[in-house]
Design a protein around this ligand. Structure first.
Ligand code: MEV
Length: 449
């Protein structure tokens, strides 16, 4: 039977939930009860969340954790991270503490330029189009004045607009390629509004351009949209210390560690299969803070991975070297972020996260987020090149396994104590709980799976 429905968005929240529960669940009452369990008892707060998107039926929680002890350019931070992966916050905190004792993280902004494009088709003489563009270029700025006025007051605006000939790749295809400075806002609305006005100006002016033939006047705008690829909106984060200072007194030789670490990064630089996982580790840190600060993690992800492939081969975002017995580990990363507008003023926990970070400017937030990514990458590579990743991962994952087994507080305490000295594996935890409960592993597995 078809589950298609007309006018779903017009139903009340209660009606939507009832429809879903009855259509998709063997026990509708349980489904409804669960969805409602996640509603906030503060009605105005719930309404705020309901109105973020269409067809909200409930809230979907992510834990908000914090990683303390970050030192960035001499200033101390506790960094909020919204993430579900058990080891991420612990790894960031460990790396933060490690580097705080070795001079902390250093950062520098390499650029803040954003990009947007009007993609259009023009059938005609290229030189006429170029001369037309040069004649009307100032109009693009004039006719967007009402949009750019406030941004200009804040020191931002349209930086430049150039005409790009893309006809080598696609017949009749040209672009207005515009660059923007959007200061503390991510700038998506600002850029898209400017671009849509550019497109109107372009079409109107073409219609009135006597040098064009009738066909040339019919410029067809295909679309006007910002680019999430921002190779000139980049921040560098770095740590460095004498190789000997990498020692942690845990029996790991610092020279061997540093050399292995640098080789691990070199492998990610030349081997795309490894680079993707290496960069995924960086994004564990980046996305967690991006989400906690109300920024658009899909935009960040898209831009970062395009940047990682800018040479034509997907490669590591981070780099490492040993020179004159100094170990240096660094990363350049494109981050188009906002600390005003969007969710930043709407979501109470985003506001709280930003306040925890000292209400940073967008540039400061770029630096904080890049550092969290580098710290995460350092922690992952340190584990991978020494103990292996599973030891730490499984320790953190232990609580998830215990929760899936519906362990009581007392069982949890006993299990955590036991696995302080024993290797955590899925089967070992099941066996341990089985012994505690004196039931068969089979019974437990049934619940577990
Ligand atoms: C897991 O979420 C991230 C790592 O795989 C990153 C890496 O391999 O560098 C541990």
């Amino acid at each position: 039977m078809s589950k298609a429905i007309a006018g779903f968005s017009k139903l009340s929240k209660e009606e939507k939930i009832n429809w879903i529960a009855n259509e998709y669940f063997t026990n509708p009452a349980d489904a409804i009860a669960l969805l409602k369990k996640y509603w906030n008892s503060d009605e105005s707060l719930q309404k705020l969340h309901d109105e973020f998107i269409e067809n909200t039926i409930t809230n979907f929680y992510l834990p908000l954790g914090v990683a303390p002890n970050f030192t960035i350019n001499g200033r101390e931070y506790t960094i909020p991270m919204a993430v579900e992966e058990s080891s991420v916050v612990a790894a960031a905190s460990k790396a933060a503490k490690f580097w705080a004792q070795r001079g902390g993280f250093k950062t520098v902004i390499l650029g803040t330029e954003k990009i947007g494009q009007v993609h259009f088709l023009y059938k005609g003489d290229k030189e006429k189009l170029t001369s037309f563009f040069n004649t009307i270029k100032s109009k693009f700025f004039e006719e967007t004045e009402s949009i750019t006025k406030n941004m200009q007051k804040r020191g931002g605006g349209i930086l430049d607009i150039v005409l790009k000939d893309k006809t080598d790749s696609l017949d009749n295809y040209y672009q207005l390629h515009a660059t923007f400075e959007t200061k503390d806002s991510m700038g998506a609305n600002f850029i898209n509004s400017c671009l849509e006005q550019f497109s109107k100006t372009l079409k109107n002016e073409a219609q009135n351009n006597n040098a064009f033939t009738e066909e040339e006047k019919q410029i067809q705008v295909i679309m006007s949209i910002l680019s999430n690829y921002v190779p000139n909106c980049v921040v560098r984060a770095e740590v460095s210390c004498p190789v000997a200072d990498l020692s942690e007194g845990n029996g790991v030789d610092p020279v061997e560690f540093a050399e292995k670490f640098v080789t691990a990064v070199k492998i990610a630089e030349i081997e795309p299969f490894r680079a993707v996982t290496h960069n995924k580790g960086i994004m564990n840190g980046i996305d967690s803070v991006v989400v906690a600060t109300g920024n658009d993690f899909r935009a960040i992800e898209a831009g970062v991975h395009a940047y990682a492939a800018k040479s034509g081969t997907y490669s590591s975002l981070s780099h490492a070297k040993i020179e004159n017995d100094i170990f240096t580990f660094w990363m350049d990363i494109p981050l188009a972020l906002g600390t005003v507008g969007g969710l930043t003023t709407l979501h109470p926990l985003v506001k709280l996260s930003l306040e925890m970070l000292g209400n940073p400017t967008a540039k400061e937030l770029m630096q904080i987020i890049a550092v969290t990514g580098l710290a995460q990458n350092f922690a992952a590579l340190r584990s991978l090149t020494t103990t292996g990743i599973q030891q730490g991962h499984m320790k953190m994952h232990l609580m998830n396994i215990l929760n899936q087994l519906e362990a009581t507080d007392s069982e949890k305490q006993q299990t955590v104590r036991h696995f302080e000295k024993n290797t955590v594996t899925h089967a070992a935890v099941v066996d341990f709980i089985k012994d505690l409960r004196k039931v068969t592993a089979k019974d437990l597995e049934k619940d577990f799976l």
